[in-house]
Every structure is written in C-alpha cells, then in structure tokens.
Design a protein around this ligand. Structure first.
Ligand code: CA
Length: 204
C-alpha cells in the first residue's frame, strides 16, 4: 500500500513515516502543499494523510483540487485545528476522516487500516485469495496451512496484488520481489510491470 504523507512538521513527519513503514506501508513524505498537488496529479497512492497548515498550498486547497479531478482516494486529515468548524470544513471538502493532533500513532494506524479496507470494499481485516491469507495488521501471511515469512517489500507487493487483482504495478517495482510474491500467491491472473524493460507480464 502506498501512502502520501503531507506534513510540514519535521518531527511528526519523520515519526509517522517510520511508524507507517514499520507497519508495512510504502510512504512518500512531502512537506509542501504545492508539491503534494503535483505528486497527486502524477503518481498513484492508496491513501493520503494530509495536514491542513502547509507551506505552498493549504491542505484544504490540496484536498479540493484532488476531489475536483474525480479521485476517490481515501483522505485522512491530521491537523492541530480542532474547532468543529474546521472539522466540518475538512469533511465537506472531501476528507474521509479527521484526526486532531496530538494523537496516538496506533489510532492513526487503525484509522488508516479502516479507510483502506473501506476503499477496497472489504469489511474484514484479513485479505484472502484461494488458500492464501494475508493479515496487514499482524504483518503475517498464511498459505496452505503454513505461516509464510516474507521480507517487507514482498509483503507490500503481495498485499497490493491481492487487493487490486489485475492491476499493472508501477515501474518502480522490481521484478524480483514481484516474481517471489506471485510465486507465493499462485495468483496467475495478476500482471506485473518489469522495472528494467517496462513490459507487463504474468508470472507462471
Ligand atoms: Ca502544519
């Protein structure tokens, strides 16, 4: 899962990046609202964590611009603005959830998981495909009655493939972990894109 974090506070940005990375997410951290708009227009993300008070462009403007493109990407606002009017403004601008600073990182991670589940139309935490089960919260994979130990990258890739079958992966994904994940999942209908040749392929 790929998350864009837009936060201009260095300590909080670093802390959240580390915590979310440890939880198995790929995190891109930006500090500027205008940069965020640029990246959102060019890149694919599964979720946006958005501060409101930002240099370049205010968080609400970033959110409004995103929604004006028709994007349904889940957006969680993280901000020190705790007035009811601010929360209403954020939700009305298209945010899916709102968390007021300071907050517990565990609560943020739980909200991220809930938003991603909702985004992919799942009520359960466990992602299952045939005889494979992946638990994003426990960071575990179970296949044919056995626990499978996967390195972080392979785990992230397998999770993305399972929740979005048929999706061609971005060229930043190297073929090696892709092949490893596919071999583990036996998910033959899925396709990957090789980072070196940029060609799509279906692992056998
Ligand atoms: Ca700020």
């Amino acid at each position: 899962m790929r998350i864009l974090l837009v936060e201009d506070d260095s300590d909080l940005g670093e802390g959240l990046t580390t915590a979310l990375h440890s939880a198995g997410y790929v995190v891109e951290w930006l500090r500027d609202g205008r940069q965020a708009q640029h990246s959102l227009a060019l890149e694919h993300y599964d979720l946006l964590l958005l501060d409101l008070g930002l240099p370049g462009s205010d968080g609400l403007s970033v959110l409004s611009a995103l929604r004006s493109t028709g994007s349904s990407m889940p957006v969680l606002i993280i901000t020190a603005r705790d007035a009811t009017t601010d929360r209403i403004a954020g939700l009305d601008a298209g945010a899916d959830d709102y968390l007021t600073k300071p907050f517990a990182v565990e609560e943020l991670k739980a909200r991220v998981r809930a938003l991603l589940r909702r985004s992919f139309g799942r009520a359960q935490t466990l992602i299952e495909y045939r005889d494979l089960a992946l638990d994003p919260q426990a960071f575990s994979v179970h296949w044919q009655g056995q626990d499978i130990s996967l390195p972080r990258k392979e785990f992230q890739l397998l999770q993305e493939l399972l929740v979005q079958p048929g999706r061609v992966m971005p060229v930043t994904v190297s073929p090696k972990p892709c092949m490893a994940a596919m071999k583990t999942s036996k998910a033959t209908p899925l396709r990957c894109t090789c980072i070196t040749c940029a060609k799509s392929f279906t692992p056998s």
